[in-house]
Design a protein around this ligand. Structure first.
Ligand SMILES: [Zn+2]
Length: 115
């Protein structure tokens, strides 16, 4: 299902790590479905503000992550179904980037589309 309505954008925030889109209250209630073990945003409004951004462009509905060429392009084929932003402007706190690298991952800024 595509996102409903055209005026919801202002209510949504995008995760700076994976571009997952949801409302700030959803981030506050349940964190990011992909990155919560690193970000620990649940019940922490300051952390939500640090690790998500209202400055994002485009929306992708990810229904079948394994099959979608868009998912491969966005490098989110291993991530949860849902709505993702195409571009997100902002940088997470350095401790987040360090936590990702400590797990053997690579932080990729979401504000540039590279290939
Ligand atoms: Zn995330």
């Amino acid at each position: 299902m595509p996102p409903k309505g055209g005026n919801k954008k202002a209510d949504l925030r995008a995760c700076l790590i994976c571009s997952y889109l949801q409302s700030s209250s959803d981030f506050l209630n349940s964190g990011c479905p992909n990155c919560e073990d690193i970000l620990n945003m649940q019940d922490d409004p300051n952390r939500v503000a640090e690790c998500t951004s209202t400055m994002w462009d485009g929306m992708i509905a990810m229904i079948n992550p394994e099959e979608s060429w868009v998912a491969r392009w966005q490098r989110i084929d291993k991530r949860s179904r849902g709505i993702y932003a195409v571009r997100v402007t902002g940088r997470p706190p350095s401790d987040v980037i360090e936590a990702i690298e400590a797990r053997g991952g690579v932080y990729r800024p979401r504000d540039a589309v590279e290939d």
